[in-house]
Design a protein around this ligand. Sequence first.
Ligand SMILES: NC(=O)c1ccc[n+]([C@@H]2O[C@H](COP(=O)([O-])OP(=O)(O)OC[C@H]3O[C@@H](n4cnc5c(N)ncnc54)[C@H](O)[C@@H]3O)[C@@H](O)[C@H]2O)c1
Length: 254
Amino acid sequence: MRLENKAAIVTGAGTGIGRACAKRFAKEGAQVLIADIQAEEGQAVVDEIAEAGGEARFRETDVREPDQNERMVEECLDAFGGLDILFCNAGVTLAAEITETSDEDIDHLLNVNVKGGMYAARAAVPHMLEQEGDSSILFTASKTGLVAQEDSPLYCASKGAAVMLAKALALDYADRGIRVNALCPGIIDTPMLERYIEDLPNPQDAWQEFRQAQPIGRLGTPEECADAALWLVSEEARFITGVALPVDGGFTAE
Ligand SMILES: NC(=O)c1ccc[n+]([C@@H]2O[C@H](COP(=O)([O-])OP(=O)(O)OC[C@H]3O[C@@H](n4cnc5c(N)ncnc54)[C@H](O)[C@@H]3O)[C@@H](O)[C@H]2O)c1
């Protein structure tokens, strides 16, 4: 029960990495607000957590909207009496050269992957500073926030921004009780990866290539990301702030 008596928000928790993290946080005792644009998936995660004996609730949230981030924070405070962990995980990807991207693509990638985290952190920090005890903010960045990947300039740029947002916030609040870190998953088997690969010209070869791309020789799982996220937001990582932790089977070691 490493998160006993903690209240957490996980954005993008309806599927994939966020879903696994929300379930893991709840299993460790946290009360979890599931925030996602997909209501059915989000409610299903709440139900799974309740069936396992945990506590969660769903709030339909589009992280691109500042006021929806504010309401998400308010709901966590009202429902759980505090906000100890903010996990900004919602994200979207795009496989396209820059010349193939529209204005809408650029806005969408930045609004979800970068501005979403900014709005959520801006809404959460005042409450975290006020309340007793230490708090933690975690952003899901990516290995592509550390090393570039072909055909994904918007995604790489957005994840590089998420890494630097985490580091800059970590400096601002290091001595005021808020730790801020970034999780940098490698290639993880989630609905996002499936959509990304199926959009490539030759998906079958791409699956094979992606499995072999990580030195460990396989795709990562959402649960492996959840193990790392749990550690970063837990008391065990109390001296860790401003890090971008690769969870990538050795990808960025090369
Ligand atoms: N899967 C990978 O290989 C991989 C690798 C590195 C980083 N990531 C990052 O991990 C995070 C989770 O990705 P995933 O692979 O679990 O993908 P996913 O598509 O399974 O999950 C993303 C979730 O974010 C939600 N979301 C999308 N736009 C939203 C919005 N505007 N407001 C609120 N919620 C929104 C989706 O509904 C979905 O539930 C993302 O930030 C992604 O960029 C994934």
